[in-house]
Design a binder for this molecule. Structure first.
Ligand code: ACO
Length: 324
């Protein structure tokens, strides 16, 4: 028997304010038609003034814990994936820990931009597999709209705010793809592409927060190749086929990236959970938000095989194959 990290609960939170494309078209030279055609995005959610990443993270965490019939005192580890922490330090995870009333446990942030959730899930899974903890809360939370230059139409239409979370509990399996829990994670990075997708500020370089800059076509080109590769890697590692996958829960960057990746993999498009039209790109929050959507509307059921994949700044990319 081997140790497995089993998903005991999934939760999410979106800010109240919905911003449709038309609202952006009133501010910058863009249109609902252009945004929908090139990205599939129809609207995004935006955090209120005074509403920080930690507030979204705590609400998503509380939701996931209640779904798992647990509370903060049952946790041994909190990992928050975010690119938009409340402050440069301490980690946003510290605020989540304090709010959940669980002092003394392990809590830290992981920074891998849009791949952050897959990275954080992998880190937590390894803590569980190593026997260092019995339970973990993994959160992807972002107030990404705070990094946008609202005069730059090439980026400001693409992103939104939100948070999603999963609770992991140690379980046991036979070591096959029939086990419940995280079957594998595969992570990658290639810093030669640092400048392709970046924020031009930071405490060490400019002492400002900065804004998002992106070479969109280059990102698109690399995303389709890297995502298909990491999906194949997960499939081969676990000796399953693409047809065995019940649901692809991808990072939600862009509808065209999702369609191209599914096409490259010969995956039935009906098996892809899509939220980019409603949420836009919420960076580290997008996978748990989409997972929560699929669980909440009853599409994703216990026992099904779910493949998560993401790519983001760095470049970073990776996948997680999970039996729910
Ligand atoms: N509204 C109207 N016109 C626009 C807008 C806009 N919001 N943005 C760009 N344009 C214009 C450009 O200025 C350009 O005009 P020009 O021909 O007069 O110079 C024209 O549209 C075409 O611009 P491109 O950048 O070539 O458009 P493209 O078809 O590549 O679409 C997009 C741009 C949507 C960003 C695309 O490159 C893409 O999807 N890239 C992937 C990037 C991505 O999703 N990043 C998210 C973060 S990374 C991640 O999460 C994986």
């Amino acid at each position: 028997m081997i140790r497995r990290s089993v998903i005991a609960g999934v939760g999410a939170y979106l800010p109240e304010r919905v911003v449709p494309n038309a609202e952006l078209a009133a501010k910058v030279d863009t249109s609902d038609d252009w945004i929908v055609e090139r990205t599939g995005i129809k609207q995004r959610y935006m955090a209120a003034e005074g509403e920080f990443t930690s507030h979204l993270a705590i609400k998503a965490a509380t939701h996931a814990l209640s779904r798992a019939n647990m509370d903060g005192k049952d946790l041994d580890l909190i990992v928050v994936a975010t690119t938009t922490p409340d402050n440069t330090f301490p980690a946003t995870a510290a605020k989540v820990q304090a709010a959940l009333g669980r002092s003394g446990i392990i809590a830290f942030d992981v920074q891998a931009v849009c791949s952050g959730f897959v990275y954080a899930l992998s880190v937590a899974d390894n803590f569980i597999k190593a026997g260092q903890v019995e339970s973990a809360l993994v959160i992807g939370a972002e107030t990404f709209t705070r990094l946008l230059d609202w005069n730059d139409r090439t980026t400001c239409v693409l992103f939104g705010d939100g948070a999603g979370a999963v609770v992991l509990q140690a379980g046991q399996g036979e070591g096959t793809a029939k086990d419940r829990g995280i079957l594998s994670t595969h992570l990658h990075s290639d810093g030669r592409y640092y400048d392709m997708l970046m924020v031009d500020g930071g405490p060490s370089s400019t002492q400002t927060t900065g804004h998002v800059h992106m070479k969109g076509r280059e990102v698109f080109r690399h995303a389709v190749v890297n995502l298909a590769d990491t999906v194949r890697e997960a499939i081969e590692h676990n000796q399953v086929t693409i047809d065995d996958v019940d649901w692809l829960v991808p990072h939600q960057a862009n509808r065209r990236i999702l369609d191209s990746t599914a096409d490259k993999l010969n995956l039935d498009p009906a098996k892809v959970i899509i939220t980019v039209d409603q949420h836009a790109n919420t960076s580290a929050a997008s996978i748990p938000l989409a997972l929560n959507q699929g669980v909440t509307d009853g599409r994703i059921k216990p026992g099904q095989l779910v493949l998560m994949e993401a790519m983001g700044g760095g470049f970073t990319w990776g996948s997680a194959l999970v039996r729910m």
